[in-house]
Design a protein around this ligand. Structure first.
Ligand code: FES
Length: 431
């Protein structure tokens, strides 16, 4: 089923590329990251084009819950423990700048943008919340610990950060993308050094940005080891309360809440793609109990790229590819991370200094426990016999009975029942 955003917004249309072209900067991927990068390049007078294999915003961008916040569960204590206080401060600064940029842009665009307080709540771990507040205060964030929320269950407490935001992402992007140099229905099928071969012509570019959610080029960067994908589910309820804020649970697959107009959006039921999880059934069970008067108006699912250390990969694709860039691994924080990424990519490809480049460097240390999990999953997927194999790197595919799709547990490619590609990194349909 389509998301509430998709049902209510008409996106602008763009032509297909039908000739060979040259450009300084080629952006591949017409989701929020690609479009924002194109927007900033347009504003600084750069020579660029963006190509999208289907329609713009037809992938994960249209399935977000559209929260814009510096608060990404309890990320600050994780960064503090693993990389130190300066890294936590930089992560905060990058995301706070992204939020400010949204405030500035959205003040001129009708996109249902408003500021709301954001909360990460825990049902049982007050100590972790206290620790988060302590670190947030040290890095200059006005966070506070509170003990009551308008949620239909008991909480131990919550970390509150005031002045975060929510919007309608497709209304925003429909406006931002007007007049940009975009080609839709233009699929990159091959890379030949500085040339991207598409089904409509060759594009010679000095710099290439791959903004395809999961990077589609396997030869460099080892993203098939550095990322896995996670599915999560959303239901939108009518006749449910206005909770007046943005709420996320501290646990890996916990619940999230935000309102949009007369709807309450509840997220959760998540799991690694290709594995079992709570999905919509879990959310429906919860909502029947918590809001018995409510009625479901929409339901949809989304797919997130999860990095090894909880920090996105933004920058040079690999050490060996100085003119190739990417942005991925936004975890569950795609809106804010896309703004961080597009500002950084604009600076990197126009050779300005990018103060956060080291923190988000895709070639940073990858020796983490999650690397072992990803590697084992890939070995198991490759060795387990099955009738259908994934065109990406050959892992088994698993039938997803709730969404009627073939899903790959290795890196998260998905295909419809008839074999049409739904989610990359595979760049091809299932034969
Ligand atoms: Fe990589 Fe399937 S997504 S093998």
């Amino acid at each position: 089923m389509d998301s509430v955003w998709k049902n209510n917004v008409e996106m602008p249309k763009f032509p297909k590329l039908e000739r060979n072209v040259k450009t300084d900067i080629l952006i591949i991927g017409g989701g929020i990251t690609g479009i924002l990068t194109a927007y900033f390049l347009e504003k600084c007078g750069a020579n660029y084009i963006l190509v999208e294999k289907d329609n713009i915003c037809g992938g994960v961008t249209e399935n977000t819950t559209a929260k814009i916040t510096v608060q990404h569960k309890l990320i600050y204590q994780r960064i503090f423990k693993e990389k130190g206080l300066d890294a936590a401060r930089l992560y905060y600064k990058a995301n706070a700048e992204a939020l400010r940029k949204y405030v500035e842009l959205c003040s001129k665009i009708d996109c249902d943008f408003d500021l709301k307080d954001s909360y990460v709540f825990s049902r049982d771990d007050l100590g972790a919340l206290e620790q988060e507040v302590k670190i947030l205060k040290k890095i200059g964030c006005k966070a506070e610990l509170i003990y009551n929320l308008p949620l239909p269950f008991h909480i131990a407490g919550a970390v509150k950060i005031p002045g975060q935001a929510r919007f309608n992402p497709l209304k925003f992007l429909a406006n931002i993308s007007k007049g940009l140099k975009i080609y839709e229905h233009t699929k990159v099928t091959e890379f030949m050094n500085d040339v991207a071969v598409t089904d409509g012509g060759r594009i010679k570019a000095n710099k290439i940005i791959i903004a395809t959610h999961f990077p589609i080029l396997n030869k460099h960067g080892s993203f098939f080891l550095k990322l896995y994908q996670s599915r999560s589910y959303v239901i939108a309820l009518e006749n449910a309360p206005d909770l007046n804020g943005l709420y996320v649970e501290d646990t890996e697959n916990g619940l999230s809440f935000r309102n949009y107009k007369n709807l309450l959006l509840i997220g959760g039921g998540g799991h690694r793609t290709g594995k079992n999880g709570g999905n919509w059934n879990e959310l429906r069970r919860f909502s029947r109990k918590a809001y018995p008067e409510a009625k479901e108006a929409y339901h949809w699912a989304t797919q997130d790229c999860m990095s090894l250390d909880g920090i996105p990969y933004i920058g040079q694709y690999s050490k060996a590819t100085p003119n190739l860039f990417t942005a991925t691994g936004f975890n569950k924080w795609g809106m804010t991370s896309a703004m961080v990424a597009s500002n950084m990519l604009k600076d990197l490809v126009t050779e300005k200094s990018a103060p956060y480049a080291k923190l988000f460097d895709p070639s940073r240390n990858i020796l983490t426990p999650q690397l072992a999990v990803n590697s084992l999953e890939a070995i198991s997927g490759l060795l387990t016999p099955s009738v259908r194999r994934c065109p990406h790197l050959g892992c088994r595919l698993v039938w997803n009975k709730d969404e009627h799709s073939w899903d790959c547990p290795c890196h998260g490619s998905r295909f419809s029942e008839s074999g049409k590609l739904l989610d990359n990194p595979s760049n091809n349909d299932l034969l």
